[in-house]
Structure formats: structure tokens, C-alpha cells
Design a protein around this ligand. Sequence first.
Ligand SMILES: Nc1ncnc2c1ncn2[C@@H]1O[C@H](COP(=O)(O)OP(=O)(O)O)[C@@H](O)[C@H]1O
Ligand SMILES: [Mg+2]
Length: 417
Amino acid sequence: MSAELAEAGFEAIEVADADQLESLLEHRPDVGLAILDGESDFDSTIEMYSMLHDGERNVACLMVVSSTALDRLSLAGRARVNGEFVTRPYSAASLRWRVEAMLIRAETMLIRAEALDDDARGAILDGEVTAASSATTRRGQIVVVFNPKGGVGKTTIAINTSAMLQLRKNQRVMLIDCDTVTGHVVASLGMTEIPTVVDVWTADLGTNETHSLSEIASAHTSGVAVLTMSRSPLHTEVLEPKRVAQAISAARDHYDWVVVDMHPDYGPLNQGIFALADHILVPVTPEVPTIRAAVQFREVAVELQIRDRLALVVNRSNSGISAGDVEKVVGFGAIAKIRSAGMLFVHAANGGHSAVEEYPKARVVGDIEALADRLIATRDNPGREESPFGGFMRHGRDLLGRLTSQSIGRGQTARIR
Ligand SMILES: Nc1ncnc2c1ncn2[C@@H]1O[C@H](COP(=O)(O)OP(=O)(O)O)[C@@H](O)[C@H]1O
Ligand SMILES: [Mg+2]
């Protein structure tokens, strides 16, 4: 683990017990994150955890725990629901991505806290208490849409969920096309002329400027802020994975939702974005090859420790295998089902619009609305929710998800490796 972190450019300092941790924290206020091994001496781990959250101190923690310890931790009320835990099996590489994502989040939070302080100071000088600063205290959620197979509805769902959240749910949405090879968000929205991140960041080189994603984005007729990484699969060197992940994380200050459409691969850019995501929507059409692709993704997700963020979207749900059976086979809960809508999406895209704008009364748009409502409900009330197909499931980074990911993981990592 230390070697892997060093390779990633982090300084990894090992401490053996709570006393050593205490003296380290006194000398090194710059410690950004702690990885706690809670598998051997759990009581000492709890002590160290408290130490890392003592008074003003709030060091992000990634804790390796056994499933029994995870139980104890949550029963003792010490674990926040979205705390960061790792259970076996895990690899050094997957921990590295988690560490990177957590540091990016912590860092952008710090920058934001400073900015808010300035705002607050300004507000006090102006003699007004701003509602704006409280409105910005909740950061946006990152929703990734991914399935390693093409043609399953990723782009369609990304576009229409974004438009639904923006138009009908009064949310601020940024939609990012991170597919630098086959991306077709901007074409479907009739926005092929807009500047890309590669264009702007390349022009920034050698100047003192770095444009943020919200500065580069262009407004679509639906009100969604649309952004595409590049126009061509070549010359994308400027899209350094860590920088892209940092920029996406920072965009959460300006939007309630950041929806990311991805290229079907497991490369460093995608791994960096997966690690940041609050939700990973996995569209699956009820056919065997697509279901197999989703099962493969679930196995990879176990390895990457993101299994609990996956939510199935059964697309073209009224054809082929039933939605409930798809859910059982892929092995993670569904958040929505979207019916097959003939040429409706194609017609909407030909006009450069989402179906939400073009066919607001269509039943399939109602399905998209149900998906958007569930995303909002999950954000506002993270916890237990009824599955649309009967029974119960849980969303988000919750206990059950972690335990399930662990039990699914045990039998399957051998195959992934
Ligand atoms: N529920 C649906 N009903 C009808 N057509 C759909 C539906 N979902 C996707 N499509 C169509 O299927 C094609 C592939 O969808 P797309 O979103 O581009 O997939 P991906 O991004 O996964 O490659 C598109 O022409 C799209 O309009
Ligand atoms: Mg696509």
C-alpha cells in the first residue's frame, strides 16, 4: 500500500499505534488522510479515529474493517452513513483511487470553505445576511452513467435525466460528456459548435489562466449546462485524469447535479471519476449480452470498492426479460425502469432537444421523471427505500450495500484478477 501511494505521488507515513499518531499529528498538521487498519485491534482503531476528529481537527479517514467491526461501528453510532470503509477483498490499486478521490473532495471542500468565508465576510460588511451562502452549502451530487456495452441507453438516460432535473425539478444541472471517443451528447443536443475542455485548457497552457468546467460549459435550451471533453479522440493529453476529476469535483459547488456520460472502458480517467461518484447508474436492456456486461461491471466495481454506488436502470423494460429478473441476475438494485419508446428519442435528438422538452407528456418521460424523483429522494433521505419491483433495497454508501458487496466480492475477485 505504501509503495502504491508513493508511486501515486503521496507521502505515506506509517504509524503503529495511537501514541505515535498523536505525536505525528502534533508535528504534521498537513496530514490529508488517514488509512486505518481496523482489522487487528479495533479498539485502538476507534481511539485513533477519535483522535483524527478531535476538536478542530477533521482528517478524512479510510478504514479497513471486517464485517463484524462494521456492524459494531454503526451500532455504536460512530459511523456516519457516508463514512468511508473498505472491506475485504481490496487491492492496493483500488485503495489508491479511493484515497485520491477523497483527497480531491477534501481539497475542493477546503477551497470552498475559504471562498465561503470571504462571502460571509463580504455579507457582514454589507450588513446583510445572505440566503445565497446557505443555499451553496450543500454540494452537488455526481451521477455517472455507465455500462461497458454501447447502445444500451447511457447517453439517452444521461440527457433526459439531466433535462428532467433541470426543467421540472428546479435543480441546477451540469451534463458532461466524458466519452472522448464515441461521445454523442452534444450532437444529440444540437450543440456541436461549443468549445470543448480540450480547446479551452489547451489555450490556457502558457497563460496564468485555468478555466473551470462551469466557465467552459454552454447552456442548452433546456437550461442544462453542457460540457464536452473533446471533439476528437486525438490530442487529449491535456485531460490528465486527476485534473479532470478535480475539475468535476469542483463543479459540485455550482450545480445540484453533475451528470457524467462515460466512454465504456476501465482506464484511469474513468476510475478516477468512478471513485468520485455518488451514484453510478447502469442502464441495462433486457438482453443477455447487456446483462453480461453489467455483471462484469459489478465484478469490477467490487474490486474498485464502488459496488454500493451502483444502481440499475432497466431500459426498454417492456421487452424481453422482466425487470425483476434483470435485477436478480445483475445482482444489484434497480432505481428505475424506462419503457421502450420507439423513435421518440431519435426524433427529439434530431431536433437537438431532450424528449423532456419535445414530448413532455409521453409516458417514457414519466419514467424518466420517476428516475429523477428517486435520485432526489435518495439525496434528501439517504436510507431505506422501497424497490420499484417490490421488496426493499438500499441506496448509497450504506451498511447493507457494503456487506453485500463484501459477500458478493469474496467468490468473485479471483475471476476479475
Ligand atoms: N427506452 C428507449 N426507447 C427507445 N429508444 C431508445 C431507448 N433507449 C435508448 N434508445 C435508443 O437507442 C439508441 C442507443 O442509445 P444510446 O443512449 O445512444 O446508448 P449508449 O449511449 O449506451 O451507446 C439510440 O438511438 C436511442 O435513441
Ligand atoms: Mg453513448
